[in-house]
Design a binder for this molecule. Structure first.
Ligand code: AR6
Length: 183
């Protein structure tokens, strides 16, 4: 069964075979962790947007992603950290609110990325706190949902050995550890 660990760090340089991007449905990596990943991977953000949109057309046959669907792009320059793939997934927009519908959308976004990681046969995957930034979902609820989905997924896991939730700020890291009762 894979372990679930909460760590403080920068997902663009986290040594996991697959990292997850908190994307929007058009893969326009305009801000937040999406922009950081695109810039670190390709140097030029618009180039990584082009690569992402092309991958989306090939993999999904359309030009947008629904919650639960994912698109995979190569890690390019991130390979120097041992990263092989970027898995793009789309969490809910909350704007400070939280309810069952948002939770279900986040659940699907996380699960979609975990399933794709299994398909890719990777051992390690690192997630940012999807939807807890620009999309305004409460961090505590996001962390709680991660823990639940990972627990639910554990039985299905074959190749995955370690699942990381990477918190960017010390403060968010502290809050996340507290949610899970001391980490
Ligand atoms: N490593 C790890 N976590 C990070 C990093 C990093 N380098 N940079 C930011 N975070 P956000 P969302 C954290 O806003 O809420 C984009 O424009 C950040 O502190 O990146 O899902 C997309 O294109 C926060 O906790 O994603 C979408 O339009 C978490 O990552 C929209 O933002 C997620 O914050 C998606 O919004």
């Amino acid at each position: 069964m894979p372990s679930f660990e909460i760590v403080r760090g920068d997902v663009t340089r986290f040594p996991a075979e697959a990292i997850v991007n908190a994307a929007n449905r058009y893969l326009e990596h305009g801000g937040g962790v999406a922009y950081a990943i695109a810039r670190a991977a390709a140097g030029d953000v618009s180039e990584y947007i082009r690569i992402s949109k092309e991958a989306m057309r090939e993999q999904l046959g359309k030009d947008y992603i629904d919650h639960g669907e994912v698109v995979v792009t190569p890690a390019l320059r991130l390979e120097k950290h041992g990263i092989r793939w970027v898995i793009h997934t789309v969490g809910p927009y909350c704007g400070g609110r939280w309810d069952e519908d948002k939770k279900e959308k986040l659940r699907r976004a996380i699960l979609g990325a975990l399933k794709k990681a299994e398909e890719l046969g990777v051992k390690t995957i690192a997630f940012p706190a999807i939807s807890a930034g620009i999309y305004g979902c409460p961090l505590e609820e996001v962390v709680r949902t991660f823990a639940e989905v990972v627990r639910e997924f554990e039985k299905e896991a074959r190749s995955l050995e370690r699942i990381y939730l990477v918190l960017y700020s010390e403060r968010d890291y502290g809050r996340a550890v507290e949610v899970l009762g001391g980490g």
